[in-house]
Write a protein that binds this ligand. Structure first.
Ligand code: ZN
Ligand code: ZN
Length: 121
């Protein structure tokens, strides 16, 4: 995948919405992304969820997320390169870098650019 430009991986506006159960991000290049809480939790990049080395993460054996696992409590900045999310079950070790989020954008345009067909889970 080609590298992202500065404008493509720097957020302009970050708007979490409990009502929509999503975090909307508008990027400096004008693109907007909407990340549902479920997608974000399934995409948690931390070592516990993703696994490390040979060790599979807990998401590898998770079939369904509980309501607590997809209930967003807080979003906080991590330096100027990422944000962290605290979930209702107490999980807060996921560091979502801007670049990771931009590559995760679930909009049809980005999904098509990644060569995905159908909708992400
Ligand atoms: Zn995690
Ligand atoms: Zn997109």
């Amino acid at each position: 995948m080609p590298g992202l430009t500065y404008e493509q991986r720097m957020p302009d506006v970050i708007a979490p919405s409990i009502e929509k159960r999503a975090i909307d991000i508008t990027w400096l290049d004008g693109h907007s992304s909407s990340y549902g809480f479920e997608l974000l939790r399934w995409s948690c990049p931390c070592a516990i969820c993703r696994g490390e080395g040979e060790k599979p993460g807990v998401l590898a054996t998770t079939e369904r997320l509980t309501p607590e696992q997809t209930e967003l409590i807080d979003v906080g900045p991590v330096g100027n390169y990422a944000m962290s999310i605290t979930w209702k079950d107490g999980h807060s070790t996921g560091i979502y870098s801007w670049e990771y989020l931009r590559r995760l954008c679930p909009c049809p345009e980005c999904a098509a650019a990644r060569g995905e067909t159908g909708s992400p889970r």
